[in-house]
Design a protein around this ligand. Structure first.
Ligand code: DLL
Length: 444
């Protein structure tokens, strides 16, 4: 059957989606073969994996069944920081065709790599994600995820092209232009963070553009947690059916999981990513249905295999058959994390990064608080910093100078233009235990 014929029959899927519907036995067999190959590859090429496995006396041959995966040590974000920039690569540089980066916990980003085959796998899972949202080659997809080191832009771009859709690589920002193009080009699908889409709805109203009269019908929203009320708002104020897309740079970028038309959780592309749920305190593997931290193992990544990567994202897995017919398992929407990372305008931020930036500026005290608010879908971050009594009593000019220095240091570290407020010594509440650094006042 040709692609056109596939797409013309409602309820049928692009041929690339076949692995979504594999009989379970076949899927498990494929996973085991791929897991064994991945572990062998990681052990042979990445000193950190070899050392960890040797310490636990686990040889790659010990992986005989899928359940044997629990013998492999976990990998955590700090491992990427400690081996910065290229220490976890399992392919020689001449096979690596792309690098991306995401926030680390301090001043340095974490780096991820792709071979040509990895890019093909990534395009494939993104194609399958779009197809699960009901998109096909006649769609015009406005890709408002950021292009650059962030995986969102190029990840969605390659997937949209692989599907055969028309992609508009507009990247993030410039809201008025986004709305003009959406209207003038007859855009049928948009990819961006859910909060940015809410901002687009608000702004289009101000511009006199009636969102409900546009042909826009699908939204592929992710890169940040979002609530049921945000989903409701989108449904009520546009003709867009929202689909939740999940992913993380360490594993591949967007395209690890996607909602289907049943909207009953997100399907994981299990032929490429092996999921487990653990207790974030003890590391114990939890049974199906229990809430815990999602741990992912890449099954086909060549440049940078990830063995039992602790995502820090809290969710629940289910293997119950989905109404859409896919056999691959699902997880519930990710609403929170087991660490202190937060996401603002799609950018991941750790309070430790803010601290790192503040340390570089003289005249500040190690007492600060981050206040997050949301206005018309746009996130705002204010860093309140205590300054020394000398500075606080100084001239307005000196205070402003310091404020600018702090804003610059923050911009350099987290790549975000944030508001800075200098406050009196002792004005930020002290906590008896762990300092409460983040006040998240974002509603909806
Ligand atoms: O955010 C990749 C991505 C791009 C996903 C575009 C979806 C769409 P990172 O910058 O590495 O990668 O951030 C990964 O973002 O561990 C989650 O905490 C959070 N996250 C991503 N998608 C979702 C989602 C990209 N749908 C981190 N719901 C992850 C909740 C999400 N959290």
């Amino acid at each position: 059957m040709t692609l056109e014929q596939w797409n013309d029959i409602p309820g049928t899927f692009h041929p690339a989606c076949t692995p979504d519907f594999l009989p379970l036995e076949q899927l498990r067999q494929l996973q085991l073969q791929r897991l064994q190959a991945t572990v062998r590859r990681a052990y042979a090429n990445v000193p950190l994996y070899r050392k960890r496995m040797d310490e636990k006396k686990v040889a790659p041959e010990a992986i005989r069944r899928l359940a044997d995966i629990d013998q492999i040590p976990f990998t955590v974000k700090a491992d990427l920081r400690d081996t910065y920039p290229f220490g976890l690569f399992a392919s020689p540089m001449d096979e690596i065709v792309r690098l991306h980066a995401s926030s680390g916990t301090t001043g340095k980003p974490i780096v991820v790599a792709y071979t040509r085959e990895d890019i093909e796998v990534w395009s494939n899972v993104m194609l399958r994600s779009f197809a699960a949202c009901g998109l096909h080659q006649n769609d015009i997809i406005q890709n408002a995820y950021g292009y650059g080191l962030f995986t969102g832009g190029l990840g969605a771009h390659y997937g949209a092209e692989a599907l055969g859709a028309t992609v508009i690589p507009i990247s993030g920002g410039n809201t008025d232009r986004q709305i003009m193009i959406m209207k003038d080009f007859g855009v049928t699908a948009i990819c961006c963070t859910p909060s940015y889409f809410i901002h687009l709805i608000e702004r289009s109203g101000e511009m006199g553009v009636k969102m409900k009269e546009l042909p826009l019908r699908v939204g592929v929203f992710g890169a940040e947690p979002w609530s049921e009320s945000m989903r409701r708002y989108i449904i009520d104020n546009s003709n867009v059916t929202p689909f939740d897309i999940y992913g993380l740079s360490e594993i591949i970028g967007p395209g690890v999981g996607i909602e289907c038309s049943a909207h009953q959780g997100l399907h994981i592309f299990e032929d490429h990513f092996y999921p487990e749920i653990i207790n974030p305190e003890t590391g114990e593997v939890l049974p199906e249905g229990a809430e815990g931290e999602l741990v992912l193992t890449t099954l086909s990544k060549k440049a940078m295999p990830m063995l039992r990567y602790r995502t820090r994202d809290i969710t629940t897995l289910t293997r119950e058959q989905c109404g859409c017919g896919r056999t691959i398992c699902r997880f519930l929407r990710v609403g929170r994390r087991s660490d202190d990372m937060f996401i603002i305008r799609g950018i991941n931020v750790f309070p430790s990064q803010v601290e790192h930036a503040l340390l570089k500026v003289e005249g500040t005290l190690p007492h600060y608080q981050i206040v997050l608010t949301r206005d018309k879908g746009l996130d705002r971050m204010e860093v309140q910093v205590e300054v020394t009594p000398e500075i606080f009593g100084d001239t307005v000019g000196a205070m402003e100078g310091l404020q600018k220095k702090i804003a610059k240091a923050l911009d350099e570290t987290i790549n975000l233009n944030v508001a800075v407020k200098l406050v009196e010594p002792h004005s930020i509440p002290r906590s008896e235990g762990k300092a409460k650094r983040v006040l998240d006042q974002r509603k909806m």
